[in-house]
Design a protein around this ligand. Structure first.
Ligand code: ADP
Ligand code: MG
Length: 232
């Protein structure tokens, strides 16, 4: 593992809006390249907010968020969207699949906005179909509408979409919260096998401490993030 932080936050402060009662500050947080990190914290502790800052979907009010050595505040909105698509595969809690798109449409979507990621995966449709098979999805699933899949199947599609084109960073926001324990284990086996094969950095958020043993490192929200309570 190299000692170059792939994600680095310094003296970050963020409030959703001037009227919002919820504000966070992060003095320092580093994720090294190739690490698998579990970020644990209670519901409402700001986990998804922190991921939004790392993905550049929101910007810090002050301080620095560096991803792959780039300060997200230095990019225009358009450049930040492209940077995110190139660098980060994201698995959302509710998967965020386009319900009326086919499975293949959904998986290939991030590549549309990310030419370098697309170039790493010249035969993307074939790769997508191969990965679906690897994750135990039924043959021909790529032609199904996402809305017609079970929750477990949608989750696997969300994983393939995050992994396609081998983005250097994978961010997963409570991806196991809607699964029973056996499905959780299967899901994590598949995710970790893929992360190892692609040598990606994995940051996964959860409120479930039982997942800790699988990861290189556990980061507790209360140790890295201060929540500034202010009445709205
Ligand atoms: P967690 O993921 O740990 O459950 P969140 O980051 O989702 O926590 O939420 C932390 C706080 O930020 C909550 O008070 C929530 O209402 C607020 N919040 C989250 N997303 C938004 C948003 N898009 N706009 C305004 N406030 C938000
Ligand atoms: Mg959340």
């Amino acid at each position: 593992m190299s000692q170059c932080p792939v994600i680095e936050l310094r003296d970050v402060r963020f409030r959703w809006s001037s009227r919002s009662s919820f504000a966070i500050s992060v003095p320092e947080l580093q994720i090294e390249q190739g690490e698998t990190v579990l970020l644990l914290g209670e519901s409402g502790s700001g986990k998804s907010t922190l991921l939004s800052l790392m993905c550049g979907t929101v910007l810090a009010d002050s301080g620095e968020v560096n991803v792959g050595g780039t300060n997200l505040n230095s990019l225009s909105g358009w450049a930040r969207d492209r940077f995110r698509a190139e660098q980060i595969g994201i698995i959302f809690q509710q998967f965020n699949l386009l319900p009326f798109g086919t499975v293949l449409d959904n998986i290939l979507l991030p590549l549309k906005f990310a030419p370098k990621r697309r170039a790493r995966c010249p035969d993307a449709a074939a790769k997508a179909i191969e990965m679906c098979k690897l994750l135990g999805l039924p043959e021909g699933v790529e032609k199904s509408k996402a809305a017609n899949l079970s929750v477990g199947q949608q989750q696997r599609v969300a994983v393939v979409r995050a992994l396609i084109g081998e983005p250097p960073i994978l961010i997963a926001d409570e991806p196991t919260s809607s699964l029973d324990e056996t499905s959780q284990e299967n899901f994590l086996d598949l995710l970790f096998a893929q992360v190892a094969a692609q040598k990606s950095t994995l940051l996964m958020v959860s409120h479930d401490p039982r997942l800790a043993s699988r990861f290189d490192r556990v980061v507790y929200m209360k140790d890295v993030v201060s929540v500034e309570g202010r009445q709205a």
